[in-house]
Design a protein around this ligand. Structure first.
Ligand SMILES: [Zn+2]
Ligand SMILES: [Zn+2]
Length: 175
């Protein structure tokens, strides 16, 4: 199981959530992120559950961006209780035996467990301050900072250069 990719899924879910208006969008999102088996099985119930989860994940990132570590941990612990892990050893596609977090149950449960475990792993191995909210207003996208010097401030290259241009213009006006 690749928990970093699951943590990235949490990011995608938060950032793309407002465009998840139907099953078609959810399928596309899952396919784009290498989860085509899940994409085939999703139902409207999964979509509703994931939209609810998205709100909670978003609050985790907002709290982290405010530096409220206790709050982040409390929220994640709450999510871990509600989305218990049922690990299974699996082998497929010519790979070695490896762990899957959830094999049975609904797609939304599996994705919830993966996202929450992924974030829990990032927090406990790298730190709560690795979760952030883009600082190029009005963008409110979230990100995971996996840089070695914890230097990330923006969700994307696009937002970073937009912020740089804005800062340059502000300096020019000031000069
Ligand atoms: Zn596998
Ligand atoms: Zn951004």
């Amino acid at each position: 199981m690749d928990l970093t990719s699951y943590a990235e899924l949490a990011v995608v879910l938060v950032n793309r959530g407002d465009r998840l208006t139907g099953l078609g969008e959810l399928r596309r999102l899952l396919e784009e992120h290498g989860r085509s088996a899940a994409a085939e099985r999703v139902t409207r119930r999964d979509l509703n559950a994931l939209l609810e989860l998205r709100e909670e994940l978003s609050e985790v990132f907002q709290a982290a961006a405010r530096g409220e570590e206790e709050d982040v941990v409390e929220r994640i612990n709450g999510l871990l209780v509600r989305h218990p892990v049922h690990p299974q050893i699996c082998r497929h596609d010519g790979q070695r035996w490896h762990m899957h977090l959830t094999e049975s149950g609904r797609v939304s449960d599996a994705l919830a467990v993966g996202s929450v475990m992924g974030l829990a792993t990032v927090i406990t191995t790298l730190g709560v301050d690795r979760l952030g909210v883009c600082q190029a207003a009005p963008c409110r996208n979230v990100y995971l900072d996996t840089s070695s010097n914890k230097s990330r401030r923006y969700c994307s290259e696009r937002c970073a250069s937009r912020a740089n241009v804005a800062a340059y213009r502000a300096r020019k006006r000031g000069a």
